[in-house]
Design a protein around this ligand. Structure first.
Ligand code: ATP
Ligand code: MG
Length: 264
């Protein structure tokens, strides 16, 4: 049974690559849930399994991956056993992703407005598309004139905002933001993540946020899961985890960020 307060519940998720001597347990028994309207941060060193966990929520892990066990309960169904046709109705519509590299999310030959409209056509046939594109651009604080711009005519930060607009085009219930800002400078990073937070408050969106930036976690996440080698080694309210980290690995992560050192 899914807890009705949770939008998604991951139980003992296992995702493997390779076999025999080459077996990599990328995700090795991960469990977490996200409440409605909550922002959960997934942190941890490179290669610890954050992206594979996030992608596995809708079985988007690379083709070579094996789903070796566990459940991902969303809307009363296990995403890992759901037929592909049903999964496709959830991906991008009820669970939306913002990927690491904004450029790859756009087709260079079409305008931004056209691409957001496409997302609307695919997922929400009933809306007035022009008005909805304008509303979405406004929501991410972009001027309406950018409807007519091509991806290469926009800055990195503007593209990130468009990507968020596109991800929101289908009014998702859960937004997965996998390090949406690494390519950007710190000020833009913060702006974008503030925007996500604002949206989560405005439209009641739940967010799974993956980042290396503990400052951002501190400001924006309600709860944190710390991953190491495919496992969650620490989990709790953001304040509690950052102020009094329990696990040696979390302490080590914290020590690398001077201003976040736990208070004595
Ligand atoms: N296509 C693949 N084939 C084989 N192994 C893979 C593949 N993709 C990921 N892995 C392995 O799965 C593990 C988890 O990778 P993942 O991308 O989830 O890490 P991450 O925590 O997101 O790291 P980063 O912070 O660098 O993005 C790593 O050991 C990685 O080498
Ligand atoms: Mg990653």
């Amino acid at each position: 049974m899914t807890d009705s307060k949770s939008i998604i519940e991951v139980k003992d998720l296992r995702v493997h690559f390779g076999r025999g001597d080459d077996l990599v347990k990328a995700v090795d028994g991960v469990s977490f849930s996200i409440l409605h309207g909550e922002t959960l941060a997934l942190v941890g060193e490179s290669g610890s399994g954050k992206s594979i966990s996030a992608l596995s929520l809708t079985k988007l892990a690379p083709r070579q991956a094996t789903y070796a066990g566990g459940e991902v309960m969303f809307g009363g169904q296990d995403m890992l056993t759901l037929p592909d046709a049903d999964l496709r109705k959830i991906r991008g519509r009820r669970i939306s992703y913002i990927f690491q590299e904004p450029m790859v999310s756009f087709n260079p030959v079409f305008t931004i407005g056209w691409q957001i409209e496409e997302a609307l056509t695919l997922h929400r046939k009933e809306v007035d598309r022009k008005a909805e594109v304008a509303r979405l651009l406004d929501l991410v604080h972009l001027p309406a004139r950018l409807t007519r711009a091509f991806p290469h005519e926009m800055s990195g930060g503007q593209l990130q905002r468009c990507m968020i607009a596109m991800a929101l085009a289908c009014s998702p219930e859960l937004l997965v933001a996998d390090e949406p800002t690494t390519a950007l400078d710190v000020t833009v990073q913060r702006e974008i993540l503030n925007l996500l937070k604002e949206l989560s408050e405005k439209v009641g969106l739940s967010i799974l946020m993956i980042t290396h930036n503990l400052g951002i976690v501190s400001d924006l996440a309600d709860r944190v899961c710390v991953m190491q080698k495919g496992k969650i080694v620490e989990e709790g309210e953001t304040r509690q985890v950052l102020d009094a980290p329990q696990h040696a690995y979390t302490k080590q992560l914290m020590a690398a960020v001077p201003r976040l050192r736990p208070k004595k």
